[in-house]
Write a protein that binds this ligand. Structure first.
Ligand code: LLP
Length: 431
């Protein structure tokens, strides 16, 4: 369950009062707090939507790669979608079977391909090739190792960019995107792979974007994928079709569809396309984790600029979390709600622009209603693409992380010490 306000005004997540965590000197702020039980419940609900049909939920680990999160999802039966050798190693260390790993990404290095091809007896579940050129490289690497690589072709279904209702930076299934094999080249990629004995085509996939709040673009892509799959399977036996990730969450502006709705609609389409005997794979990232976490920050100070002839009074609440900790607002103009950790219903609030300490104008979390004396705040829905996109810009240590389970803290890692960055930068160049 996402963070909720108790009757006494205290904000809680997973049954734990967040103000207690924010004031715990062993943890420090900024701190991400995750509810592992809610993440597990999210995975269970999605799993149930397949109603027993063969499937794989391959969690896109880029959304949140914290060990306790990944292990929770692997224990619930999820596979993992990775996009780098490091993510692949992490997935293995979290206990996922190689056969449940999918490897996406437009420019995998030879070393990364080698790892994916040579793992265990048969390599990973599928290397998702994203170009004709990559298909040739995968076959060549597998041949060098005397292996047969399991491959799926990620098609770019060419859904009109305008039809994809999300930010242009996270829209991937249109003709100008670098992702996936263009429809016109799918035949050539398959041809390339069929000619060699070093690759086995096991599936077809697509992923057209992220944070969809309606099923339209997802289903348009699935329709295109299924129509290619129908033609391909006349010549090549397929084991699965993979319709990717992209299920949106409610960041406060509404999201009427749940991940299960995407799956139920996709399965209907799959049946209509005569592909019901194939396993259905999907690759959700955000939807499994984002709503079940917050980023805690302390208020450092307020700043008030008196009105001038040109502008009214301006008010800022300055917090100790910045765009380096949560990059989404700066990068995609994304809005995350910012709320106080303690709020009585009669407290007088006013609009404040909430900003961080980083020296960039884009270090700005937008305008939110806060009291004049708020001490700590929570940035909501921060579990997806939060810590995983964080940086140490401006000499700022990476944030703390706290994991909740069974209504209490299951483990935490404190914010890195300030000196760690200083030492690291001094070591640059071997000095
Ligand atoms: N599969 C592939 C091949 C992907 O590239 C992605 C995300 C996913 C699955 C998972 O998509 P999801 O279910 O999380 O929407 N940093 C951005 C999102 C970038 C998504 C990149 N690819 C954000 O914060 O909104």
């Amino acid at each position: 369950m996402p963070a909720r306000r108790r009757a006494d005004g205290v904000l809680e997540l997973g049954g734990v009062a967040l103000v207690v965590l924010a004031r715990d000197p062993r943890i420090g702020t900024p701190a991400y707090v995750y509810d592992l039980d809610a993440v597990a419940a999210e995975a269970r609900e999605l799993d149930a939507s397949f109603e027993g049909a063969p499937h794989l939920v391959a969690y896109a680990v880029k959304a949140n790669s914290a060990g306790p999160i990944v292990k929770t999802l692997v224990e619930r039966g999820c596979g993992i979608d990775v996009v780098s050798g490091a993510e692949l190693r992490l997935a293995l260390r979290c206990g996922v079977a190689p056969s449940k790993i999918l490897y996406s990404g437009v420019a995998k290095t030879d070393d990364e391909l080698d790892l994916a091809i040579t793992l265990g007896a048969e390599g990973i579940g599928a290397i998702q090739v994203e170009s004709v050129e990559e298909a040739a490289r995968v076959a060549a690497r597998a041949s060098t190792h005397g292996r047969v690589a399991r491959v799926s072709v990620r098609i770019n279904p060419g859904v009109e960019a305008e039809a994809i209702d999300t930010h242009s930076y996270i829209s991937t299934g249109h003709d100008e995107a670098k992702f996936g094999v263009p429809l016109a080249s799918v035949g050539e990629a398959l041809e390339q792979l069929s000619r060699t004995s070093s690759a086995k085509i096991v599936g077809l996939s697509s992923h057209v974007g992220s944070q969809f709040t309606s099923t339209d673009a997802y289903l348009a892509a699935a329709r295109s994928l299924f129509s290619v799959a129908k033609q391909v399977r006349a010549r090549t036996a397929l084991a699965f079709v993979d319709t990717g990730g992209g299920f949106g969450i409610d960041y406060g502006e509404g999201c009427p569809v749940r991940p299960a709705d995407f799956i139920r609609a996709t399965r209907r389409l799959q049946k209509e396309s005569g592909l019901d005997d194939l396993a259905l794979y999907c690759e959700p990232g955000r939807a499994l984790v984002a709503a079940h976490a917050v980023l805690l920050a302390r208020v450092i100070q307020r700043k008030i600029a008196p009105p001038t002839a040109a502008s009214p009074e301006r008010r800022w609440t300055m917090i100790d979390a910045g765009m380096n900790d949560l990059m989404r607002p700066a990068l995609y103009q994304a809005r995350h709600r910012v709320v106080p950790l303690e709020a009585t219903s009669d407290a007088k609030t006013r609009p404040y622009r909430v900003v961080g300490p980083v020296c960039e104008s884009s270090d700005d979390f937008g305008v939110h209603d806060l009291t004049d004396d708020a001490r700590e705040v929570a940035i909501l829905d921060a579990g997806g693409y939060g810590y995983s996109m964080a940086s140490r810009y401006n000499g700022r240590p990476l944030p703390a992380e706290v994991f909740l389970k069974g209504g209490k803290v299951d483990g935490f890692s404190a914010r890195a010490p300030l000196d760690a960055w200083v030492e690291d930068r001094l070591r640059a160049g071997g000095s």
